[in-house]
Design a binder for this molecule. Sequence first.
Ligand code: SF4
Length: 339
Amino acid sequence: MATLYCKTTEELIEYLSLDKAFQAKIIYQNLIKGITKFEDMTSLPKNLRERLSAKHSDALSSEVIRTSEAESATKLAVKLEDGMIVECVRLSDGQGRYTACVSSQVGCAMGCAFCKTGTMGLIRNLSAGEIIEQFIHLSRLGEKISHIVFMGMGEPLHNFAEVVRALTEFHREDGLNISYRKITISTCGLVPGIKRLSELKLPVKLAVSLVSADDATRSRIMKVNKSFPLNELKKALISFQRHQDKRITLEYCLLSGVNTTKESAEALSKFTRGLECLVNLIPWNPIDELEFTTPSEREIQNFTKELKRLGVGYTLRRSKGREASAACGQLASESKKTL
Ligand code: SF4
């Protein structure tokens, strides 16, 4: 059946042929708790439960077809109503905080050279309901999830309307009630999308996959830079900060010999000047068909030494979920097999 998540009370009434608004509200409250079988919604009258169960075996439009576990990450392959597969990951910080990493598209049009999802091209956008369902599947693993990152498959700002609908739904006070401040949108630098997001003034966090602060290099590995070069990106980020007053994360995937030189560090230092940001260094996660290599420890050390000298604030993160193939750029692997 079509997803019931993100439907308004009126839409639920119409879609399920309900008599009363309060029945739609009860169904909604069950759905956000992850109760998706009508027969289990015991606060509904018995005859209504029976009628709905006879027509719809489950209120979810998607199902989990595979689970892979690693120390700090659990990855789910989720089959959508039309047979497409997306992946989502529950990340643990080891101290009781759980984060849902969700996909916003099947595939991605942005074609970043270091990213597996980029090799697929864009198959389709996800609806807001399909995004919320990923969160529900991850919540059903058992722990309360407090944070959300849009870092799965797809460029969230390229599916702007549905992602914003999903944000509103995540935040809904009588629903999942997750603070905007606990939600991060990760973009490859789609400037018009950053501007639209600024205008909405939603206090979400922003992460930008920067990867290189040198236009020539960035254009070579990230197509988006040809349309929206670094000076435009920086202006958009400054404007975003003016509206949101928030530190931006610059994701910097370390690619051996590509963006780890002394000049790369200097370019990064120049780009970060005037921005309140933290650079998140992530050594590249090897992907078979792609030509990059992970920098050696020595190369990483030399680069970080240079950043320190230049006063660039950074963290060095080993990508969580590496063991579950759930790190950035690896979420296409399972989907590709099915296409
Ligand atoms: S890094 Fe993000 S924007 Fe770039 S191709 Fe991969 S999923 Fe798309």
